[in-house]
Write a protein that binds this ligand. Sequence first.
Ligand code: SAH
Length: 256
Amino acid sequence: MTNPSGIKGKVYLVGAGPGDPDLLTLRAARLLMSAGLIVHDGLVDPAILSMARPGARLVSVAKSRSRHTMKQDEINALLVREALAGHDVVRLKGGDPFVFGRGGEEAEACRAAGVVVEVVPGVSSALGAAAAAQIPLTHRDHASIVSFVAGQCKGLSDQDWSGLAGHGRTLVIFMGLATAAQICDKLIADGLTPDVPVAVIEKATRRDMRVLRGSLAGLADLVSFNKVQSPALIVIGAVTAEPDTTVRALALEATL
Ligand code: SAH
């Protein structure tokens, strides 16, 4: 595609969803299967990458907490360079590209260079994980406010989370494994009681997904005792409480 400035390549910022290839949008699947160049981060499941067309160029810019194979500036430069060279680029990101995915920075860099960008939304892991774990993020009896925060970011202690968790609220924490103990202290200092229910959802929608439940005070132990691995989300609030056993018994009866 040629844009008005004569640049032929276009950059597609595509959400790959939480892991299960069935949760790709049709648009994401179509782009993935037709792209000549796919630039992906470490969160994208190999099962999704295997959908790329034979001969497609796959470039990993794998990012994890301790391992940055390519700096953000270099990723931006790569996308722009390829587009200016006339190639369409599918930039594949876990979840949704605009939820803690630095999609905003990549879109800005492309626009600044005159490169046309299209953003294809994905199922954010917050939504995918909650659905797969059957934890309703909102519930008329328990929560009518949901917040997404990053647990590992510039200056966690300076972040103001006041009022984001507690009665009638659900808090979803991305990238919170390594800072679970600080998160717990921060929320308790903010007035939450230690017995607030929490859930940790590991590798959501993937074959080896786990859902661990506990209370806020036991969050760090829950993570370390179970050796929870990335990617995982921490969900705080009444909606994460173990489902009512009488309801479960009724459901079981109904299926017999
Ligand atoms: N853009 C992504 C988030 C990227 S930040 C999205 O919308 O989901 C990376 C964090 O997302 C991980 O540290 C983890 O907290 C969360 N995450 C991504 N995929 C996940 C999965 N399958 N299960 C649990 N958490 C996941």
